[in-house]
Ligand binder design. Structure first.
Ligand SMILES: Cc1ncc(C[n+]2csc(CCOP(=O)(O)OP(=O)(O)O)c2C)c(N)n1
Length: 690
């Protein structure tokens, strides 16, 4: 669109100056980095400016203020927009930081990374994730408000704002999450959609022509259109109306022009993801009446205007602290609890009620043991909140007596599965529906919010449906807990579609992820203990559908060894001929195989290795004590692909694994066919030793 056809900008010169300051900080930073995305920041500068200066309740000098509004730039490729706003608003992000955009070790990485840059709430870039994170953030606010606010004492009251792009709303994860948000009536969630009708490869007319507003309306959202994104007052009015829609999330569709101001590239995908080039930057500055030099120019008037956020933020924090003190006087116990949750501290005695399981040859599924652990934790850890992707009866992750997280406005009558009482946001069981991907991202949002130990559950095989948020949980160092049951070919009759094989390796491959496959009920208790303690990295608990014996540990090592990732189960076996290493349900097989081998005079040391990552973190002497270098015959037993195991069994070792897809048959038959019987394991081991 040539500039001449643009609607006139109707607002004050100062506003104009501020909006253009954002635009040219973005253009200059991308130019300097010779990399990045100038188009979205230039196009969405005006609505972002209105949001940040007139609506967002934040405190630049207190970026961790608990009751701040959360802002998520879901279109993470436009990160420079967020960095410009953070710098201008007075966060601890200098102009030099902005100039170091996309450089090694800078606070301004290519896409926003939570925990790296002050003021960045969520790691975004993979499109759609931010929108879905925001649903979790909004769930967090709604829940804490329901649990802690009291008549006359509002201590939790903030909005979750999202700036989303076409790509975000094309992604399925955003659709899943927003459908859920609509059902839940998360009225304090507001998505501003930068409707510039251009994506990376061209116009959205190439493949995204649906009526987005109608779709969101059908989800139960409040929707609005703003015809001109540069019309600050109409954006302002729309955001005001969005906030007033208390019982529905809001979508504000703002029509913008990508690369606004760049005379030859605006409105086209050429402005999307590459520097404009020095000539076009110069031309854009001339078009918008901006000095060509110096680059990174911030007019003092604009700087002063943005800087008012600091005093406003300080005042908001002071006001909140005053309210918190009054709350503490009226409700001391609740205030102490809220303070604890805000600090992310575990309560004293949180693990006092954890079950211990007696030896039992018949045993129980580890998912069932996990269920018992969760019920105990539900009592001592009110921050434990979550749910499954429609698999509560299978994953057994329901927190009994803790209620549904459901909107108080909906009548629950006639809804199957309701447990007594009215619906409320105070409930701790979230029904994610069959939406694994959104569940993952929303659980990440709960963790990013603070105040929670959030969990999500599904079958291990469907972890594939939510791999992006699993990866982002690890990248963002979020203490999320993933409960993945039905963890192997032992699933049986459901067959290969439901039997994970490559998933252990795939999850172990995520840096920083604790993938734990406990062997019995007592290891499951310790696995949960590790998950709860690890507040800055995610944990996957891979749990069995089928019974596993609760190991009789008389004369054997305590299940607490799980904490170290791997441990010698039977320390009485001295000078072993062979190491038998197993995880999960296969530990029992290893034990039985060791007994068979012992009868033949072969001394097998059985090692339980539920978590590679934790083992890697042990000191070298511990690792040597468990896996002595001198013992070369080693056999690993696990119902997954063998990928990676040779690291532990070495060149002379062997692995009883599953390097193909599973099969549909009763579990015992499947296990036998794939070599998972004590006799077959013992035979493989014997071959190694002989
Ligand atoms: C899941 C995912 N797929 C692909 C990409 C690569 N990518 C980055 S931006 C983009 C499209 C951008 O279009 P839009 O969302 O409209 O942003 P705008 O052009 O307005 O900046 C794509 C495909 C990505 N970041 N995430």
């Amino acid at each position: 669109m040539p500039l001449g056809t643009m609607p006139p900008i109707a607002h004050s010169d100062l506003d104009d100056l501020c909006v253009n300051t954002i635009r040219f900080l973005a253009a200059d930073a991308v130019q300097r980095a010779n990399s990045g995305h100038p188009g979205m920041p230039m196009g969405a500068a005006a609505p972002a400016y209105v949001l940040w200066t007139r609506h967002l309740r934040h405190a630049p000098r207190h970026p961790d203020w608990f009751d701040r509004d959360r802002f998520v730039l879901s279109a993470g490729h436009g990160s420079i927009l967020l960095y410009a706003l953070l710098h201008l608003s007075g966060y601890a992000l200098t102009l030099d930081d902005v100039k170091a955009f996309r450089q090694w070790g800078s606070l301004t990485p290519g896409h926003p990374e939570g925990g790296v840059t002050p003021g960045v709430e969520a790691t975004t870039g993979p499109l759609g994730q931010g929108v879905a994170n925001a649903v979790g953030l909004a769930i967090a606010e709604a829940h804490l408000a329901a649990r802690f606010n009291r008549p006359g004492h509002t201590v939790i009251d903030h909005h979750t704002w999202v700036l989303a792009s076409d790509g975000d709303l094309m992604e399925g994860v955003a659709a899943e999450a927003c459908s859920l948000a609509g059902h839940l009536g998360l009225g304090k969630l507001i998505v501003v959609y930068d409707d510039n009708r251009v994506s990376l490869a061209g116009s959205t007319g190439l493949g995204f022509t649906e009526d987005v507003a109608a779709r969101y309306a059908s989800y139960g959202w409040h929707t609005q259109h703003v015809a001109d994104g540069n019309g600050l007052d109409s954006v302002d009015a729309a955001l005001e109306a969005a906030r007033a829609a208390h019982e529905r999330p809001s979508l504000v569709i703002v029509r913008t022009t990508i690369g606004y101001g760049a005379p030859h590239k605006q409105g086209s995908c050429e402005a999307h993801g590459a520097p404009l080039g020095p000539d076009e930057v110069r031309a854009a500055k001339k078009c918008l009446g901006w000095p060509v030099e110096p680059a990174f120019w911030i007019p003092p008037e604009a700087a002063a205007r943005f800087a008012t956020a600091v005093a406003r933020g300080d005042a908001a924090v002071r006001d909140w602290e005053t309210r918190l003190r009054a709350y503490a006087e009226a409700h001391p116990a609740e205030a102490a609890e809220l303070r604890r949750r805000m600090a992310g501290a575990l309560p004293a005695g949180w693990d006092a009620d954890l079950p211990r399981f007696p030896a039992d040859a018949k045993g129980l599924p580890t998912r069932k043991a996990s269920e018992s652990v969760m019920q105990a934790l539900a009592g001592t850890l009110p921050e434990l909140i979550g749910g499954s992707a429609d698999l509560n009866p299978s994953c057994l992750t329901w927190l009994k007596g803790q209620g549904d997280f459901q909107p108080p406005t909906l009548s629950p009558d006639g809804i199957q599965g309701r447990v007594g009482g009215a619906w409320s946001f105070a409930g701790r069981n979230i029904h994610f529906g069959v939406r694994e991907h959104a569940m993952g991202a929303a659980v990440n949002g709960l963790a990013a919010h603070g105040g929670f130990i959030p969990y999500g559950a599904t079958f291990l095989v469907f972890s594939d449906y939510m791999r992006p948020p699993l990866r982002l949980a690890a990248l963002s160092r979020l203490g999320t807990v993933w409960i993945f049951t039905h963890d192997g070919i032992g699933v049986g009759e459901d067959g290969p579609t439901h039997q994970p094989v490559e998933h252990y390796a795939a999850l172990r491959a995520i840096p920083g992820m604790l993938f734990i496959r406990p062997a019995d009920a007592n290891e499951t208790v310790w696995a949960w203990q590790v998950a709860v303690e690890n507040r800055h990295r995610p944990t996957v608990l891979a749990l069995t559908r089928q019974n596993v014996p609760t190991i009789d540990r008389t004369g054997l090592a305590s299940a607490e060894g799980l904490r170290r990732g791997a441990y010698v189960l039977d320390p009485s076996v001295e000078r072993p001929d062979l190491l038998l290493i197993a995880t999960g349900s296969e530990l029992q097989l290893a034990l039985e195989a060791a007994a068979l081998l012992a009868a033949k005079g072969i001394r097998a040391r059985v090692i339980s290795m539920p978590c590679w990552q934790l083992f890697e973190e042990q000191p070298a002497d511990y690792r040597e004590a468990v896996l002595p270098r001198a013992v070369r015959p080693r056999l690993a037993v696990e119902t997954g692909v063998t990928l990676g195991w040779h690291r532990w069994v070495g060149a002379d070792g062997d692995v009883v694994g599953v390097d193909r897809f599973g099969a549909s048959a009763p579990a015992a038959r499947v296990m036998r066919e794939f070599g998972f019987t004590a006799e077959q394991v013992a035979a493989r081991a014997e071959r190694l030793v002989r």
